[in-house]
Design a protein around this ligand. Structure first.
Ligand SMILES: [Zn+2]
Length: 189
């Protein structure tokens, strides 16, 4: 496996709508190897999600996973690979929480997201996925799905007043009651 270079804001691929993955491509060993590389890259960056455009590939594919000790992860979110996904909000008012992005290093901001979404698509083997995800998983999925449409979390912020560098966020904004635990919000995606 290999760690892939993560592209940063300013690279046009992050503003380019991704194209569907040809289903036959999933049968190719090179594609499966590359998906493993994407997962390893997410782990290496200590992120909770990573979309193909973030490694310069304009494919509709993302991966995500959260450790059980991430404070918002509700006991952990298993590794998932989503191919050619579609999202549909489930009823509920948008909730604000902190997000960061591996392609926008060291910034955090408050972003409204749907509390639950219906997620449909394929897994890495081409098998159908259709499930409702909630909470932190719903937030990750919406962040990654945006990457497939050239949208960054900054675009989703209602205003920029909460936009902070990570060090200042930890000093001034992060809840001190939970500061001794790894923060999901300190992780980027
Ligand atoms: Zn991101």
């Amino acid at each position: 496996m290999a760690v892939l270079p993560i592209v940063r804001m300013g690279n046009p691929v992050l503003r380019t709508p991704a194209v569907p993955v040809p289903p036959e491509a999933l049968a190719e060993p090179a594609t499966q190897q590359w998906i493993d590389d994407l997962i390893e890259t997410m782990h290496d960056a200590d992120g909770v999600g990573l979309a193909a455009p973030q490694v310069g590939v304009a494919w509709q594919l993302f991966v995500y996973e959260a450790e059980a000790d991430d404070e918002d992860a509700d006991g952990g979110i298993p590794l998932a690979v989503l191919v050619n996904p579609a999202l549909e909000p489930v009823a509920g008012e948008p909730l604000f929480d902190w997000e960061g992005c591996l392609s926008i290093p060291d910034l955090r901001g408050l972003v409204p997201r749907h509390p639950a979404v219906r997620l449909r698509g394929l897994d890495r083997h081409g098998q159908p996925v259709d499930r409702v995800v909630e909470g932190f998983e719903a937030r990750i999925v919406q962040h990654e799905f945006d990457h497939l449409n050239g949208v960054l979390f900054l675009d989703r912020m209602r205003d920029l007043a909460s936009l902070s560098f990570l060090d200042e966020w930890q000093e001034f904004l992060h809840d001190p009651a939970t500061a001794d635990r790894p923060s999901a919000a300190a992780k980027a995606e």
